[in-house]
Design a protein around this ligand. Structure first.
Ligand code: ATP
Length: 317
């Protein structure tokens, strides 16, 4: 006699933050977006998302940044779960617990990580057995930064960042993230970039604003050379973020002076990411930054790490 498997009561998935090693912003398109060329690296700061059947939709906030998690239907994890329910005609209503260790509105794609985690958690809770490319398809509906935390590792992103291609890389890199206590709005930073380009006499829609990843960055990743990677880090949004928050430039310059191999704004900021030579160097840099009093919070992490993974409940394999 075969016994039908009992459906899991709850499923927990862990998803990583990202840093953009390079972010090139192309011309402003008629639809209001920009073409991007970027290289993502998943880093070891994680959110955990747990889903369980419940009698009404709810978000239960937890973790270091619990007080900044939206608890309404606009939460990206809720939107992800509802998208799966709608596509597979599932009537369940869920309680979603988010343990947040990824800074909110920090340019590290925490909301996108939660959406990716919720997709995978619902797949397991409802026993759908979705393939990775089906999950990636759903992810790109939710937002251009959602496919990457599913995949993890290192990847090149094009289009609005959602079209991913794997990148050959070796080695582990050691990061220090300097976190601000107030977020920056991504659309505002892009608008500021367009304003700066226009002020410099160049139409933001001009096709001369091309988006291409540099050969130097790819070579640095292939060789696992932290020094070369530090020199190749580049973010076209740096100047826009510095223009909105001049103190971020001071922070970046201080980190480089304290010995970082390179420093850039992470995504659209305001987190500033510093690459260091080694685990020990990342500890030293954290101490120097903490003593400088230039940022609210400092986190160390390594990358690349895996994409979203189930950490409780039955696994697919
Ligand atoms: P990105 O790098 O993708 O632009 P970010 O890291 O700057 O994003 P997020 O932490 O993803 O920023 O938050 C951006 C906004 O999304 C916040 O202002 C927040 O209100 C909203 N949001 C929706 N769902 C979530 C979630 N689960 N966690 C955090 N923020 C969320």
């Amino acid at each position: 006699m075969t016994v039908a498997p009992t459906p899991p009561q709850s499923v927990t998935v862990r998803a990583p933050a990202k840093v953009n090693l390079e972010l090139r912003v192309g011309a402003l398109r008629p639809d209001g977006y920009h073409d991007l060329a970027t290289v993502f690296q998943a880093v070891s700061l994680y959110d955990e998302v747990s889903v369980a059947r419940w009698n009404e939709w709810q978000v239960v906030p937890g973790g270091a940044y619990a007080d900044r998690i939206p608890t309404d239907g606009g939460n990206l994890a809720v939107r992800a779960a509802k998208l799966v329910a709608e596509q597979w005609d599932i009537d369940d209503v869920l309680s979603i617990r988010i343990d947040k260790d990824i800074p909110v509105a920090g340019g590290m794609a925490g909301g996108s990580a939660d959406a990716a985690a919720a997709l995978l958690a619902c797949d397991h809770l409802w026993g759908l057995g979705l393939e990775r490319d089906e999950l990636a398809e759903l992810a790109s509906v939710l937002g251009s930064d959602v496919p990457f935390p599913l995949a993890g590792g290192n990847a090149m992103g094009s289009g609005r960042g959602e079209q991913l291609a794997p990148v050959l890389a070796r080695g582990t890199f050691h990061w220090v993230f300097a976190i601000s206590d107030t977020g920056l709005s991504t659309p505002e930073v892009y608008r500021e970039l367009d304003r700066l380009r226009a002020a410099a006499g160049s139409d933001p829609g001009d096709p001369s604003h091309t988006a291409e990843v540099s050969a130097e960055l790819m070579a640095a990743l292939r060789s696992g050379d932290a020094r070369a990677l530090g020199a190749a880090l580049h973010n076209d949004l740096d100047e826009a973020a510095f223009s909105l928050r001049p103190e971020l430039r001071v922070l970046r310059d201080a980190g480089v002076e304290f010995g970082a191999l390179g420093g850039i704004v992470s995504g659209s900021g305001p987190t500033v990411a510093f690459l260091t030579e080694s685990h020990e160097a990342s500890l030293d840099l954290s101490v120097s930054l903490a003593a400088s009093d230039l940022c609210r919070d400092i986190r160390r992490a390594k990358g690349p790490v895996h994409g979203a993974q189930v950490v409780t409940g039955p696994r697919a394999d």
